[in-house]
Design a binder for this molecule. Sequence first.
Ligand SMILES: [Zn+2]
Length: 294
Amino acid sequence: MGWTRQQLNTAAPPLKAAIGHAARTPWRQALRRRGIDVTATTSTKSCVVIAPHPDDETLGCGISIQRRRAAGSFVTVVVATDGALSPLPLPVEELVQRRRHEATRACAVLGVDAEHVIFLDLPDGGLQDNVDALATRLAEIMAQQSPDQILAPVSCEGHQDHDAANRAIRCLVDSGRTNAEVLEYPIWLWGHWPWTRVPGRTRLSPRRLLVDPVERLLEVRPLRIDAVGYRTGQRAALAEYTSQVADESTGRAMLPAWLLRALSGRYELLFPYGSLRHLDSRSSEPSGAPHRPW
Ligand SMILES: [Zn+2]
């Protein structure tokens, strides 16, 4: 996910966050209803999952991974960064090792063996400066694996590492270094959609409050993965990330409530490749900046 200590300290206050979530929820539910069910057609396809940080594979596509493994399809998880920015008072090497162990255990819960979890150890918070390096490593992996599909973060997450991961996949596609079908998964998107800021239209206005959500709802049909029977496994995998789900010094929950609620729905949502690209910010939020809920 990519939380930092600064981000935790500057996150929206609980009341404001709760209001924002309450306003976004019915729109997200309406989007789910517009979704196209691809559970059966995707489960039989092998895939490579690109996780910018350890835990993104569980948060973003934990249902899709389980569905594929249950159907006997191969899944490889590529963790791009070392997770060193995690707000845990540990020496960096120890922290990186711990996050690696957590990811390995979580993937095992999802049905992916350790030999199919690849750690690239690029700098946490620095993927935007390593897009070419990431694309090169991913191209090598795609050449070895030849997956049917790639799962990557949506292009407009608003988190610099997540957006950079999407750009790396775009490099592969544009240069013909993969023929796999790309599907995009949302995590941070649910913290701002349907009020994702369109470049050039950022001020609060009646249009922004009322027209923008309708446009966001009608402009794309998401792809639905049936989560019935698989949310328990996703939660069990998430629980393996003990360094991420709660602050060990205070006991305070670190994952925002809006995110956990987004993981409780009947369906996991994916998006067709490039379908949200018109919402890409000109520059992503720096990973240490507060995440604006609107
Ligand atoms: Zn992340």
